[in-house]
Ligand binder design. Structure first.
Ligand SMILES: NC(=O)c1ccc[n+]([C@@H]2O[C@H](COP(=O)([O-])OP(=O)(O)OC[C@H]3O[C@@H](n4cnc5c(N)ncnc54)[C@H](O)[C@@H]3O)[C@@H](O)[C@H]2O)c1
Length: 333
């Protein structure tokens, strides 16, 4: 079977992780091209990951016009998206795209429409869905063993200035849109579709930092169609050098305490005496996400996180932003 001709668009920090994963999958994937508006970065990636065999480009139009690709990995910052998804889809190119897939809902839904129309396989970078502990709970929810999910809480704590674009609301959308969206996606994945959201978001600690226009503390309550409730709380003023994201889920029959996507204690609260198990895994869930997409391309199966999931999770965090700006609950129809 021929290898998938693959390009990375956006050769910044996180693209290194994708490039390393792709080089570890060399039997399946050929690194064909790298594209970054900073051509030096594209060149650096080509040297690092393909012995300078891959072509380099500084804009996606040239990349997609000149290269015959099977797979495009899009690792652009939120403000960097334009029509690359639509162009790739029209050419039958499968796509892995980092979250958030856009800054505006209508742009995200155009991506969904274009990729579904073209019938290409897509995967959005909500990698925590592939954590072993998350997968264990999802299986128990799907089988009915967990019973209805009633309460979920998730926190995202960090303390860093990140890149200049990250702290600029017009470019990143804010901490929830750019980063904590991972937690919102997990709540949707485990708890189902939301019916309403109320969020309060404030900049309490970075008012004096030039160009820092996003929130640094927030708390959000979500209601779900099955009656369940979710709480997400986040800050960018916690422990410097640490990125903590953990969560708890209470369903009718199970209470799960997650340290992260791979590690959780499960308590079977419907049993007397209460039994418990611990999931303790070191699996590379980011790689599994890529492998799931490759399998879908080869076999025609569905991916775990197609483009529509990126649009739905974006809509959820955008509704949180609207709720905070208007100081009102936002309802989903
Ligand atoms: N899934 C995860 O856990 C995870 C982790 C980190 C980052 N991310 C996501 O990855 C994306 C990239 O983040 P990053 O930290 O690598 O950012 P970055 O700023 O380090 O890199 C982005 C790169 O894109 C390039 N670029 C911007 N606009 C472009 C355009 N129109 N055409 C070509 N190149 C362009 C920039 O020159 C830069 O090199 C973001 O959406 C971020 O949210 C995901």
């Amino acid at each position: 079977m021929s290898r998938l001709r693959t390009a990375i668009l956006g050769c910044g920090q996180f693209a290194h992780q994708h490039a390393k994963i792709l080089t570890s999958l060399q039997e399946e994937v050929e690194l064909t091209a790298f594209c970054d508006q900073n051509i030096n970065l594209a060149s650096e990636f080509s040297s690092l990951y393909s012995n300078a065999n891959a072509s380099i480009y500084s804009d996606h139009t040239s990349l997609l016009t000149h290269e015959k690709l099977d797979l495009l990995i899009i690792c652009l910052p939120p403000f960097g998206h334009s029509n690359e998804v639509e162009m790739a889809a029209e050419r039958g190119i499968h796509i892995l795209i980092e979250k958030p897939i856009a800054l505006r809902s209508k742009d995200a839904w155009k991506m969904v429409e274009a990729t579904e129309r073209a019938g290409v396989k897509t995967q959005v970078g909500f990698k925590f869905r592939f954590g072993e502990a998350v997968e264990t709970l999802k299986d128990k929810i799907n089988s009915g063993a967990a019973g209805p999910v009633a309460l979920m809480s998730a926190r995202y704590f960090c303390n860093a200035l990140h890149a200049p674009w990250w702290r600029d609301k017009s470019k990143s959308g804010g901490q929830l849109v750019e980063q904590v969206i991972h937690m919102f996606d997990l709540l949707r994945y485990l708890g189902g579709d939301p019916t309403s959201i109320f969020s309060t978001q404030r900049n309490l600690f970075h008012k004096e930092v030039e160009g820092y226009t996003i929130e640094d503390v927030s708390a959000t309550i979500i209601s779900f169609q099955n009656g369940g409730i979710g709480v997400v709380y986040a800050t960018n003023n916690a422990i410097p050098g640490k990125w903590i994201n953990d969560y708890r889920v209470v369903s009718k029959n199970i209470t799960a305490e997650f340290k992260n996507a791979n590690h959780a204690d499960f308590y079977f609260s419907d049993q007397d005496p209460v039994k418990s198990i611990t999931v303790n895994s070191e699996r590379d869930f980011t790689k599994l996400q890529t492998q799931d997409l490759i399998k879908a391309i080869r076999n025609g199966s569905a991916t775990r996180t197609p483009m529509i999931e990126g649009a739905k999770s974006l809509d959820l965090v955008l509704a949180a932003v609207t709720s905070s700006e208007k100081n009102q609950q936002v309802f989903f129809t």
